[in-house]
Design a binder for this molecule. Sequence first.
Ligand code: AP5
Length: 216
Amino acid sequence: MRIVLLGAPGSGKGTQSQLLVKAYGVPQISTGDLLREAVAKGTPLGLRAKAAMDQGQLVDDSIVLGMIRERLARPDAAAGFILDGFPRNIPQAVALEGLLAEIGRPLEAVVLMNLDLGVLFKRLTGRRTCEDCGRVFNVLTSPPGTPPHCERCGDMPRLVQRPDDREEVIGKRLEVFEAQTKPLVKHYADNGLLRVVDADAEVQTVFESLRRAVGA
Ligand code: AP5
């Protein structure tokens, strides 16, 4: 499996990637996660990325492409990969095509997770992450229970909100998606790779549609 999950912030790319990882054993490569890791460690790359992320803007292509090149070269990606949140603009898509051609492993499908703006907003404002293991909850759609419980970390997990899930930043992220990422829909439709999934359904229902879309 060599696929891209394309979709607006909050459309469920991360949630569905995790299910694909479990089902097919190929790694999820999320540029957002890689960047947050670099920010948390305070690396020079993380320090450069943080300002853009906090404002809902895209991080420089050069930073993201360097990370992707390095990640795709690791042995676990030889069997396949799920690209989550990458590419995010046309230059990144063109660079990815070049990179995959170099290693002889072209994309098999690009799946657009389709969802209305109102639902996206609700999903993002409700998202909470377990600070210790990274498991994602949603106080509105998949609450951690009463008392809160994380299946990996036990009772009373430390749940935090991503800094870019504040209402004032969400608007910017959605604008950036419309302006810079949406053109990829036509790009991938034109080269025959695009599949579209209705992401406004229960997690498991979306997963079944996704499996059908990628022929898995
Ligand atoms: P990134 O981390 O990629 O964020 P994003 O694309 O904005 O996507 P999200 O992680 O917000 O949402 P998701 O689609 O994964 O949804 P999730 O499954 O969590 O990027 C963050 C930032 O990093 C960017 O703004 C940019 O600055 C930078 N960046 C990243 N990649 C870059 C790149 N390539 N180039 C340049 N900069 C880059 O679900 C959301 C919530 O909804 C959760 O609470 C979940 O529990 C819930 N949920 C999921 N599915 C369902 C469902 N079916 N029903 C009900 N609730 C659901």
